[in-house]
Design a binder for this molecule. Structure first.
Ligand code: X2X
Length: 347
């Protein structure tokens, strides 16, 4: 009996020591979660990444994209949990959707914190970004690279919004992440949280007046001009994406495959980020296209912006504690360095 037990134990140990070579049980399909559909830089990046990985792994790693929230158990703010549990192997996840589980990610939703793309890149690539990746990994998701949904702009079907008073009583769909309820209540609007999939019919039926999302990644591919006639360009929050892998899945890959997946991810993230900014950074093409489709575009003066900023200062006090003052200070230092180098803050 004891002898038998020892033999079994030795066999188990031998198998464990032999590692992935013996264990290499690759799944026939790896599932990727996405909130959005296949159109636009976000969904297109997922398709590109799956193709690259399949090709470079000689068909061994076969990724299937589950678009439009097909993998969620009801709520898009559960995506991080799906990754953690291994229900999803990969996700091109918005930091907003993951922020209920990783509260530091609310940094990107702090109203008017990021003055522009340069500041965002500096924070992602600097100490704050590295710290965030470490936190995500400690929670069971291996982050491969930063992608981008984009700066979020507010649209509605009722009236042009130029000052906080114009928000009064507007029923706005927001993601079910609490900081957004706080921001829009503070501004006098009436925010309602809803999954993106459900929001589509709410726009069409007019049960909500407006929403907030980036121009290139979401407003354009979803043709939101069909229900939303007004857009205010205020870049009030940034929404990075993270290409993340469930730690369980990651650990099951052989080191050479981990390297291959990481490299394909980094290449795709760079391509995706570029796509999310096309027609927006240093160009007016994406916004011109909204106007061509009948939207009234409201651009804010620095004074207009300041009024919104002042009104949302209370959100900083409350959420600063949640996010962590050290992380915020780290991000502020990166942004200040840029400003000093003269690469300031272009909105
Ligand atoms: O639901 C949204 O607004 C979206 C698509 O931008 C996110 O997934 C955060």
């Amino acid at each position: 009996m004891r002898r038998g037990g020892t033999v079994v134990l030795m066999l188990v140990l031998a198998a464990a020591l032999a590692g992935p070579a013996l264990a290499a049980s690759y799944k026939p399909e790896y599932k990727t979660s996405l909130v959005v559909g296949p159109t636009g830089p976000w969904g297109e990046a997922a398709a590109r990444f799956a193709d690259l990985v399949k090709e470079r792994s000689g068909g061994k790693i076969n990724i299937k994209n589950y678009f439009a929230g097909q993998l969620f158990a009801g709520r898009q703010t559960n995506e991080f949990l799906l990754l953690r549990q291994g229900v999803a192997d990969f996700a091109w996840g918005s930091t907003i959707n993951w922020s209920p589980q990783v509260k530091e990610l609310n940094l990107f939703s702090l109203p008017f914190f990021f003055p522009g793309y340069e500041a965002l890149d500096a924070v992602e690539n600097g100490a704050a970004g590295k710290r965030i990746f470490k936190i995500v990994e400690e929670k069971g998701v291996v982050p491969l690279c930063w992608g981008e949904n984009g700066f979020r702009e507010v649209t509605n079907s009722k009236r042009p919004v130029r000052k906080p008073g114009d928000m009064e009583g507007l029923k706005l769909r927001v993601v079910g992440s609490p900081i957004f309820i706080d921001i829009f209540k503070t501004l006098g609007a009436n925010p309602v949280s809803m999954n993106w999939a459900e929001a589509q019919s709410a726009f069409q039926q007019g049960t909500v007046d407006g929403q907030e999302n980036p121009v290139v990644s979401v407003i354009t591919p979803y043709k939101l001009w069909q229900s939303q006639k007004y857009i205010t360009l205020w870049k009030y929050a940034i929404d990075p994406l993270i290409l993340g892998v469930s730690k369980t899945t990651w650990d099951s890959f052989e080191p050479a495959d981990q390297a291959l997946v990481r490299k394909a991810g980094e290449e795709t993230c760079a391509w995706q980020k570029k796509g999310a900014r096309e027609g927006l950074q240093g160009s007016t093409a994406a916004v011109d296209n909204l106007a061509k489709n009948g939207m009234t575009v409201v651009s804010l003066t620095p004074k207009d912006l300041e009024a919104f900023k002042q009104k949302t200062l209370g959100v900083y006090t409350k959420w600063g504690q949640e996010i962590g003052p050290d992380l915020i200070a780290e991000a502020e230092r990166e942004i200040a360095k840029l400003a000093k180098a003269g690469k300031a803050a272009k909105r």
